[in-house]
Design a protein around this ligand. Structure first.
Ligand code: SF4
Length: 292
């Protein structure tokens, strides 16, 4: 049909019509950067291929994140360490653990992380947002994402992201995180206040990795995100135009394959080392263990 073509996801677009914005979250963009094939399995193929079993480290991370969200939902005078066990219990995700003993041990560790962490919080400092969705549109993207926390730091804002993984993080991780930069870019526009500071709060070690962006470094991250979006749109259009989905979304094998939910579906996953659902927990330490 002259003047008509299949657009993203097979939708019909017309010559002269503006291209639809690519709707995305940080995890959608990150998924494609990690591995285009994994992106396809997650966001394109319908029905999606079956996923592997849930991971214990994801359950642990989700439990801690929700407990902290609910901590800030408490009135000021109830934000006491004694509130933490019931907050954590009520949001505890049980999936992926080897057995009850391992799960109990993970719960104790998570509680210790939380107790140490809330000691570092200034009770008089009310966040501007907790699990707050920020969204922004550019010429290419319609971005939205849920920031763990947005703090006021004087006249400016700071993005706080909680981490519960095995290894500590440094300022290079904070500087290089596309997700944090996009949150900052969006928060600056949503709240109409400068937001250049991004922080990774690693609860197991009690450390904070921070970076202060400039307008230029945020713009660079945004440009990269737009480039990724264009690559995804081009791959989706190629498939809609008859290209092989396997070629449009190639595999990108690496250490992440062992942790990939689609390892059993993907041809490249067969050669990856097999991990048990609780293997991501094995080196998780408490702050006291790290100081010892
Ligand atoms: S197993 Fe590896 S190559 Fe295959 S989709 Fe997952 S991350 Fe990509």
């Amino acid at each position: 049909m002259k003047g008509e073509q299949l657009g993203v996801s097979g939708q019909l677009s017309f010559e002269g019509m503006p291209e639809r914005l690519f709707v995305c979250t940080p995890s959608k963009l990150g998924s494609y950067l990690d591995c285009p094939r994994r992106y396809r399995y997650t966001y394109v193929d319908r029905p999606a291929p079956p996923k592997g079993p849930p991971w214990a480290h994801n359950s642990l991370g989700a439990s801690v994140h929700t407990a902290l969200r609910n901590w800030f939902a408490l009135p000021h005078d109830r934000r006491q360490p004694e509130a933490l066990p019931s907050l954590l219990k009520s949001t505890w995700v049980r999936e992926g653990y080897r057995d009850d003993e391992q799960e109990r041990s993970a719960y104790r560790r998570a509680l210790e992380w939380l107790e140490s962490y809330v000691e570092t919080l200034d009770p008089g400092n009310e966040p501007v947002g907790v699990e707050r969705v920020v969204a922004v549109k550019t010429a290419v993207l319609a971005f939205n994402g849920r920031a763990d926390r947005i703090d006021a730091r004087g006249a400016e804002l700071a993005i706080v992201d909680y981490k519960t993984g095995r290894t500590g993080l440094d300022s290079d991780d904070a500087r290089g995180s596309q997700a944090l930069a996009l949150y900052a870019y969006a928060a600056e526009r949503v709240f109409r206040r400068p937001c250049r500071r991004v922080e990774l709060h690693h609860l197991p070690s009690g450390t904070v990795a921070a970076h202060d962006h400039t307008a230029e470094s945020l713009a660079r991250q945004l440009t990269r995100a737009e480039d990724t979006a264009r690559d995804i749109v081009a791959a989706e259009k190629a498939v809609a135009g008859g290209a092989s989905p396997d070629e449009a979304f190639p595999t990108q094998p690496g250490p992440i394959c062992s942790w990939c939910d689609y390892r059993k579906t993907c041809p490249a996953g067969a050669s990856a080392a097999v991990k048990d659902p609780w293997d991501g927990l094995t080196q998780v330490t408490t702050p006291s263990e790290q100081r010892a």
